[in-house]
Design a protein around this ligand. Structure first.
Ligand SMILES: N[C@@H](CCC(=O)N[C@@H](CS)C(=O)NCC(=O)O)C(=O)O
Length: 211
């Protein structure tokens, strides 16, 4: 399998953590989101992912999967252990709710192309785009802080899809200088997660394309 990846992409980081937790190996193929106007917009990549986003996972038969959460659900079917979505229906719903709060409600507002639109079409300054990102990330994480119940991971003694989404979002929050000091539960989950080899190996700084 080939993972089209970018070291700083928090959506790709989610997939890297899931792969590491499940002990699945892939070839990483970097797609540089900034070089030459963005390699995600090149025709060869668009043929794989018409959304022009990373990650994408190309299977050995050539089929390409897109959307990090869909890819992770595929990996969960391929290698069911360790489970990332709990069997208990209530816990599964809570786990998915945190994952979706991050992947659908926080992350899209802070994406590169959204910043590009704010600048090019609405004349937003770099400072106001940074402020926009900080606002939406903090607002979203404040709610996630109340949704989780660390044990020490978001909902249990083992990491789940919620942790897989939370850790990359916290990485992005730091990148955009979002103040995290009043989010002690999130910080405790982060500390527990970053102790694990799988999370360490998936970290942006450890990727071959890291800058
Ligand atoms: N919902 C998508 C989001 C993917 C996404 O937004 N990826 C970002 C990097 S984190 C990207 O490729 N951005 C390129 C751009 O905005 O042009 C997923 O979960 O896979």
């Amino acid at each position: 399998m080939i993972l089209y990846d970018y070291f700083r992409s928090s959506a790709a980081y989610r997939v890297r953590i899931a792969l590491e937790l499940k002990g699945l190996e892939v070839e990483h193929r970097p797609v540089h989101l900034l070089r030459a106007g963005g390699e995600q917009l090149e025709p060869d990549y668009l043929a794989k992912n018409p959304q022009a986003l990373v990650p994408a996972l190309e299977l050995d038969d050539g089929i390409v999967l897109t959307q990090s959460l869909a890819i992770i659900e595929y990996l969960e079917s391929l290698r069911p252990t360790p489970r990332l979505i709990p069997q208990d229906p209530e816990l599964a719903a809570k786990t998915r709710a945190v994952a979706l709060a991050i992947a659908c409600d926080i992350h899209p507002l802070t994406n590169l192309r959204v910043g590009g639109y704010l600048a090019a079409s609405l004349n937003a300054s770099p400072e106001s785009i940074e402020a926009w990102r900080r606002f939406w990330i903090l607002e979203g994480l404040q709610a996630v802080e109340k949704l989780i119940a660390p044990k020490p991971f978001c909902f249990s003694a083992e990491p789940t899809l919620a942790d897989v989404c939370l850790i990359p979002q916290l990485f992005a929050a730091r990148r955009f200088a979002v103040p995290l000091d009043e989010l002690p539960r999130l910080l405790s989950v982060e500390a527990a997660s970053l102790e694990l080899e799988a999370f360490k190996r998936a970290h942006p700084a450890r990727q071959a394309d890291a800058e």
